[in-house]
Write a protein that binds this ligand. Structure first.
Ligand code: ATP
Ligand code: MG
Length: 355
């Protein structure tokens, strides 16, 4: 089978420490990940790699039209605002090509954390209470009302801990104002103020489709080994600066030590969120407990991070390993989930797929 691997590769802007100077390209993949996914797919398929940088749009289209892949393996994160993750899947749909993972609608919704939470709330799936601040004018009214601190302030549509720093957890009106200003002016997007959940944190990898989606062993994030006095969150600092292969910080534990009822309720809300948001093939869902050990969905990642080197502590491959799936098996399983999904489509839906 001919498989096109579509990705966005991080530009070569590494600083001396081997990490990225800014969080601008935090979501894009490094060459090692792209090569590892290509190698996994190459075990049984003919693979064409396509770098989906937006300034190569014509070349991307020409390559896809010339090569006519049987299916595309999509890990392209895109560039731009809230629809960026949907750009490549939308293009593939226009070209009548099959592809792995979620469709443009799900990718747009899950990149808007407030819209995601509205859908979760409609389905009675617990998610922290929130308030959206869309412009500088909205700040003063928020400061005027009485609030229960601590709160966390996040950019509305980022991932990979972009814009979520130690200082994002606020305990005073002054800090809240500073963070709102930072998100609105530097990230140039609305800011989400969320109830801060003080309990344990987990991330849950899911594979498959619909009600039959499989929950892989749950990963727990612990913050005891972060620098003394730091916030108990998986911030940009924790993810990209403090934890690196040279100085690993022990954050992840898989399988998470969980009493069976709590494990069941975490798995249950994650499955329900996956189905409610119409995720496809795979997704990683972040969960946090409140002070009474009740689980809440923090966010849904339908294009999960998949660093291949186990020392880089990437949660989806870690959960897969715990479930007995090697990296290559995981990648091929995602491809097969997509193929099965297309095969299971009622005939009428194939009308939109050109051959
Ligand atoms: N409501 C909350 N209460 C407590 N901690 C939170 C809350 N929201 C986010 N956090 C902390 O901030 C971290 C990053 O938040 P979130 O998962 O929303 O960002 P992200 O950048 O989209 O993450 P990812 O890297 O998984 O894409 C979480 O892993 C968690 O530690
Ligand atoms: Mg997250």
């Amino acid at each position: 089978m001919k498989v096109a691997l579509l990705y966005n590769q991080k530009p070569d802007i590494q600083n001396g420490a081997g990490k990225y100077a800014s969080d601008e390209y935090a979501e894009w993949d490094n060459p090692e990940t792209i090569d590892a996914v290509a190698a996994a797919l190459s075990e049984t398929h003919h693979v064409i790699k396509i770098d989906c940088h937006p300034n190569r749009l014509r070349e991307i289209i020409e390559t896809l039209e010339r090569e006519k892949p049987d299916i595309c393996f999509n890990i392209a994160e895109g560039a731009g605002a809230v629809s960026r993750e949907a750009h490549v899947p939308a293009l593939l749909e226009m070209l009548g090509l099959k592809y792995t993972a979620s469709d443009p609608m799900t990718l747009c919704i899950t990149l808007d954390k407030a819209r995601t939470k509205e859908i979760l709330a409609y389905h009675n799936i617990p998610t922290p209470a929130f308030h959206l601040v869309s412009s500088l004018r909205d700040i003063e009214p928020v400061l005027a009302v009485e609030k229960k601190f601590p709160l966390i302030v996040k950019p509305l549509h980022e991932g990979s801990s972009k814009g979520i720093f130690e200082r994002s957890v606020v305990t005073t009106n002054d800090d809240l104002k500073a963070q709102l200003m930072e998100v609105l002016t530097q990230y140039r997007q609305p800011a989400l103020i969320e109830e801060f959940l003080s309990g344990r944190e987990f991330t849950v990898a899911l594979l498959g489709n619909g009600e039959g989606v499989e929950v892989l062993p749950i990963v727990e994030l612990t913050f005891d080994h972060l620098p003394h006095g730091s916030r108990r969150i998986y911030s940009y600092e924790a993810k990209w600066l403090w934890d690196n292969p040279q100085n690993p910080v022990e954050v992840f534990h898989c399988p998470a030590p969980l009493a069976p009822p709590l494990e069941k309720s975490i798995a249950e809300i994650c499955k329900r969120a996956f189905v409610a948001l119409r995720c496809r093939d795979w997704a990683r869902i972040d969960v946090r407990l409140d002070a009474h050990d009740n689980p809440y969905i923090i966010e849904v990642n339908p294009l999960p991070g998949i660093l291949p080197n186990p020392d880089e502590h990437s949660c989806f491959p870690m959960a897969a390993r715990q479930a007995g799936l090697s990296y290559n098996q995981l990648i091929n399983r995602v491809l097969n989930e997509a193929l099965q999904r297309y095969n299971a489509l009622p005939q009428a839906d194939h009308v939109f797929l050109r051959t």
